[in-house]
Design a protein. Structure first.
Length: 217
């Protein structure tokens, strides 16, 4: 049965997180399609992965037979994350925008799984073409034509990394204006926020079913 690798990175719990609400909708629809499937869930806010160190970085370019004990230990932890990604049939990532970019915990996960010659720039990559759904929530709007369009570094960055570097098949779901219900100055934008939220939840369920059908074909 298919395996879904589910990554959440919001610092907020499920009842207060826009990205978690949408990843949860995706996961529920996925599990309806694959009741006997496997879901590997990493909550990076609760259980962050280690940041890349000199030992884990240099070990990726060295013969394992030459690894120091420190390199071996650091690289073993990195390999576990890489192997999870390689074994996944689909990937779901919650990527809220914090200070115009992704959470540092998500960046740490990416730094661990990007390994030149294996997951990146590798002709025999096991992850190339894997369907990935990214829920890129944000408090305001950074859509084309908006005043803050130039500050959109979540989709742009993740597109470069996930598609350009890792050769994954990526689709974004973007719930926006999530701060509207909480900021008085954004009160008039609440209807747009609510519409965006409902659209994102629907897109998540539809995307999950589409990916399930694709894998079953």
């Amino acid at each position: 049965m298919p395996t879904l690798l589910h990554i959440d990175s919001s610092v907020f719990p499920a009842d207060a997180s826009a990205s978690r609400a949408v990843t949860d909708a995706f996961r529920k629809a996925w599990e309806e399609q694959h009741p006997e499937g496997t879901v590997i869930h990493h909550d990076l806010s609760v259980d962050p992965v280690p940041h890349i160190t000199a030992d884990s970085h240099t070990a990726g370019f060295a013969d394992p037979a030459t690894h120091t004990p420190e390199q071996a230990a650091a690289f073993a932890a990195r390999l576990r994350l890489i192997e999870e990604l390689e074994e996944a049939d689909a990937v779901l990532i919650g990527a809220p925008m914090y200070n115009y970019s992704i959470p540092s915990t998500l960046k740490a996960w990416l730094d661990n799984v990007i390994l030149m010659g294996r997951t990146a720039q590798a002709e025999d990559s096991k992850i190339a073409g894997t369907p990935v759904t990214v829920v890129a929530s944000r408090g305001g709007s950074y859509a084309p034509g908006t005043p803050r369009e130039g500050n959109e570094y979540v989709q742009n960055y993740l597109s470069a990394v996930l598609t350009g570097t890792l050769a994954l098949d990526v689709e974004f779901i973007v719930p926006e204006l999530t701060m509207a219900p909480h900021v008085p100055a954004m009160a008039e934008l609440v209807p747009l926020y609510e519409a965006s939220r409902e659209r994102a939840l629907e897109e998540a369920a539809t995307r999950a079913k589409a990916v399930a059908e694709r894998l079953a074909a």
